[in-house]
Design a protein around this ligand. Structure first.
Ligand code: PLP
Length: 396
């Protein structure tokens, strides 16, 4: 008999993964090229060749005990030092290895952050729509996720509602920019406002509130601008980072937490994160992939491919009459569903061999998500199905 808490996680378990499995079944029946699977954020691009070269060279040239043994639970010191130098170079910080804890991807990064800071009943604010796993990441430590409703015309944060929802119970706020599922990016101005609200509220409430910036898509943006460095806007910041998307390594499970030097209780936090890594059962991030990072940390996949997919899919959807905010980053589109019931809409889409994820999985009903980290041909070939889907609801 499984635990009551697990029952609710299993019941709410990822619609996205269920759809991914369904996609595989449909592909077996209709042929892969005849199923338009926009369900999962699994990068379509290969990791840069330097990743494989670094991994092979490390395997060949590192003494087995240095490579395969347990490292420090926070990660290899030289790897974390390399990350500090990279961040100092890019963002004019003064970081050292102590600002970094290597993790089993961004998912583990978020988990060890919440394990380290949440007491049961503590609230964590999130802006809808948001990555559905946050519910579990916060629920794992008996925190309560508090949603700020979306502004569906821009998907930028609703600052008034946000300010009202920050109370004495608030321990943390999650932001995710570039965003899954909308692809929007928060500007420096938006981050300034979030930082100002949190600074004011901390003073009123009398305890720290932590900003958890979930950044697996940090390198995936398509405009002529820079992604702001979140700790510049609020000192009590953690960054949850991963190489799953920027280097197409989601299965290898490698990422890290960055703790800003001015975060309240810095030393305790770093110790807690390190212990949390161990006692959560992660123990440490995979050693081979830790060692690869210093060799490839300034690389990223060829995002021109995703940019073209974004342009082609967005333009196609607008031409076909769908309503959608143009994404600036990540690899998702989040159009409005053609009926209010987004689950029924995504179910109906299967009739046309389209796999779309209901917006209610992201706390934003009336929408659906399309992951465009796919072959460009999938987008082109999906046109007729997307047209028929639109026609179905235009007729009704
Ligand atoms: N956060 C967001 C917003 C994501 O979209 C994902 C994965 O899709 C994750 C975290 C988890 O990333 P990782 O594979 O690094 O654990």
């Amino acid at each position: 008999m499984i635990a009551d808490k697990m029952k609710s996680f299993v019941a709410g378990s990822s619609v996205i993964r269920a759809m991914f499995e369904e996609g595989k079944k449909m592909a077996a029946v209709y042929g892969k090229e005849n199923v338009y699977d926009f369900s999962l954020g699994n990068p379509s691009l290969e990791a840069p060749s330097s990743v494989k070269e670094a991994a092979i060279s490390i395997l060949q040239n590192t003494a087995p005990n240095d490579l395969h043994g347990y490292p420090n639970n926070a990660g290899f010191e030289d790897v974390r030092e390399a990350l500090a130098q990279q961040t100092n170079r890019l963002h004019h910080t003064n970081y050292t290895k102590d600002n970094f804890v290597m993790t089993v991807g961004a998912a583990a990064a978020m988990n060890i952050i919440f394990k380290s800071i949440l007491n049961p009943g503590d609230e964590v604010i999130v802006f809808a729509p948001y990555f559905s796993e946050y519910k579990a990441y916060v629920g794992n430590y008996d925190g309560v996720l508090v949603e700020v409703q979306p502004d569906i015309t821009t998907f930028q944060p609703n600052m008034e509602e946000f300010e009202q929802k920050v109370t004495a119970k608030t321990k943390a706020v999650i932001i995710n920019t570039p965003n899954n599922p909308t692809g929007v990016i928060y500007s420096a101005d938006t981050l300034t406002k979030i930082g100002a609200i949190l600074t004011k509220k901390q003073e009123e409430i009398g305890h720290p509130i932590y900003l958890v910036s979930d950044e697996p898509y940090r390198e995936l943006f398509y405009g002529d601008f820079d992604i702001p460095f979140v700790p510049d806007f609020f000192p009590n910041t953690f960054i949850a980072y991963s190489y799953s998307k920027s280097l197409s390594l989601p299965g290898e499970r490698i990422g890290h937490v960055t703790v800003h030097s001015e975060a309240d209780g810095f030393d305790d936090i770093v110790s807690a994160l390190t212990v949390a890594n161990r006692i959560s059962g992660f123990v440490n991030a995979p050693t081979l992939w830790q060692k690869v990072i210093p060799f490839v940390m300034d690389e990223k996949v060829n995002i021109d491919v995703y940019r073209k997919n974004r342009d082609d899919l967005y333009n196609m959807m607008i031409e076909l009459g769908y309503t959608c905010v143009k994404p600036d980053g990540a690899f998702y589109l989040f159009p409005q569903s053609l009926i209010p019931d987004d689950k029924a809409f995504c179910e109906a889409a299967k009739e046309f061999r389209l796999l779309l994820v209901p917006g209610s999985s992201f706390g934003c009903p009336g929408h659906f998500r399309m992951a465009y980290c796919v072959e460009n041909a999938t987008i082109q070939n999906a046109r007729e199905s997307l047209r028929l889907l639109k026609e179905k609801y235009t007729k009704e």
